[in-house]
Design a protein around this ligand. Sequence first.
Ligand code: RUB
Length: 261
Amino acid sequence: MDIYSNIKSMKIQGASQIAIQEILHLRDFAKKHGFGQEFEIECKYLMNIRKTAVVSNNVITELLKDRSLENIVYLIEQLKNSRQKIAKNAKVLFKGKKTIMTHCHSHEATDVFLENKLNIKEIYVTETRPFGQGLLTANDLKRKMRVNYIVDSSEGFYMPEVDFVLVGADALRKEGLVNKIGTLQLCILAKEYGKKVYVAADTFKIDNRKKIDIEFRNPEEISKPIKGVKILNPVFDITKWKYVDKIITEKGILNSKQLRW
Ligand code: RUB
């Protein structure tokens, strides 16, 4: 399968991973077709495949400003190094053994958990309906720590057990954290129970676009058609910053006021 289908079908998923794969594709594309108009069209197309996640947009915009193989290598390194730095910066959150709840599958959050595995007592991983990316997280972590896999609707049941919630991000916007659908209620729930909410996100996720387009996917990811019923499948939501305690970035641990829009 080509990169376009792999992204659309979510074989490649997670904001930063989508961006890394797109840049690698653009490297090969540029080697064949150069950095001219065709390259520009390819860039615009890739940026719009899953447009809620801003990393792709930000990284490709940087690439269009300096169209070179050196810049491609630099941008990939930036994205990969950011993950490692975020994982290291998160260490201070793991004093003593912690019980954590997470949602969906974020490469940046997963790296935080793996880096700090010795200080994780157990982790609750939500299924993440309808696409079920929680299973990816559970499989990534299961050999390294105790993983409890739960349905999204039992988040409230298990919240009392948890020390904090940690999730990834698709975009960091003035109006809030954009992440997988269900993040909003998870964060509100955590606040209700007095639990901290942390976000693992590199600064390529800062979103200065005027408007955000929330992606709606095929309703059949939820259910077969039901006669007389409209099935709605928005895949991201926006959580106000008052429900988020800190953002762990490659530049350090920040609060939302320290992000620049
Ligand atoms: C994945 C998702 C992730 C963010 C961050 O959504 O919401 O939490 O993209 O991921 P989808 P990462 O599965 O629809 O792409 O940390 O990998 O950038």
